[in-house]
Design a protein around this ligand. Structure first.
Ligand code: HSE
Length: 322
């Protein structure tokens, strides 16, 4: 048996919800990425999972790698593996607290890296996509206060994902992004502070009526159908139909109205918060259009502080060891 196996994995940033698909739809994109190297070695005493190093432009701002450590523990539990030492070296390239799936990217990379390292060291079976998403989602729960699988599913599978839980079972369905799809992101320079996702979830209603649930489902279904059929115009419209989650969060997001209006004026098909915000994602057809939209959003955000306007493409390929 080898003394130690190390596996490095890169996971992309992601934008959850896309307006009308709260906790259900997300897109992986090549704007930013995290990396996790997991080193696994046998250990006769009890299992030890720890953070070896935290580096990268957002290492300090991220304040730790709780989601990655939790995802690593979840993988060990799922596989029933004990008596190992697992060290994680994390590179934080996804700005945290901006709604870009930063904690999800670390959790996704950790789940895949630890699974692969265990497989190489001990011959344990490689978990399926849904098992990986479940394990990484446990890491997310540590950060957000409740599990949500959209960001981790996008980071793990790539492309656009639809996640659904029913009768205790998670299903993840991958949609190929429309061929001409480019995105523009408005990324505020300052994050709202720790616990942002938790806070942005706490303002949402605990219960809704049947009418609201049915209206919500119809809009989310329209968004998924439009994305799956490659219709960017319909997708852009559908992402702006939410009346349940987005308006409540928009009220608390500086310069939301201004940035969304600027995106649409500059030719975006639609725009919404990226995840729980405060970043905003807009759909555009082509790189030049995405650049115009990103610049217009950044300009509109000026009264609210510093921000960058980023263009990106969907990241289509699934996560895999480097
Ligand atoms: N779907 C989650 C939410 C994503 O909107 O709370 C958080 O990044």
């Amino acid at each position: 048996m080898a003394w130690e196996e190390c596996v490095r994995v890169r996971a992309p940033a992601s934008s959850a919800n896309l307006g009308s698909g709260f906790d259900a739809i997300a897109l992986a994109h090549d704007s930013f990425y995290d990396e996790v190297e997991a080193c696994v070695s046998p250990r006769t005493a009890s299992t030890l999972v720890y953070l070896e190093s935290l580096e990268g432009p957002y290492a300090i701002e991220s304040g730790g790698a709780t989601t990655a450590l939790e995802a690593a523990r979840a993988i060990l539990e799922r596989l029933g593996v004990g008596g190992v030492r697992v060290s994680l070296s994390v590179y934080k390239g996804v700005p945290p607290g901006r709604g870009l799936g930063s904690s999800g990217a670390s959790a996704a990379a950790a789940a895949v890296a630890v699974s692969e390292a265990l497989h190489r060291l001990l011959g344990t079976p490689l978990p399926g996509w849904e098992e990986l998403v479940e394990a990484a989602g446990r890491g997310e729960a540590a950060a957000a206060g409740a599990p949500h699988y959209d960001n981790v599913a996008a980071s793990i599978l790539g492309g656009i994902v639809v996640v659904a839980r029913s009768h205790g079972r998670l299903t993840v369905y991958k949609i190929k992004p429309p061929s001409g799809m480019h995105i523009a992101l408005l990324v505020p320079g300052a994050a709202p502070g720790p616990g942002k996702t938790r806070a942005m979830r706490s303002i949402l209603p605990r219960s809704i009526t049947l009418g609201e649930a049915s209206a919500y489902a119809s809009r989310a279904a329209l968004l998924a159908a439009a994305l799956a059929s490659g219709d960017l115009v319909a997708a852009g419209k559908a992402m702006m139909m939410d009346e349940l989650v987005e308006p409540r969060r928009a009220r608390l997001t500086p310069c939301y109205e201004e940035a969304v209006a600027a995106a649409l004026n500059a030719g975006a098909y639609g725009a919404s918060l990226s995840g729980a915000g405060p970043s905003i994602i807009a759909l555009a057809g082509g790189e030049a259009a995405a650049r115009r939209v990103a610049d217009a959003m950044r300009e509109a955000y000026t009264p609210c502080g510093d921000a960058v306007g980023v263009t990106a493409r969907p990241r289509e390929s699934p996560i895999k060891p480097l």
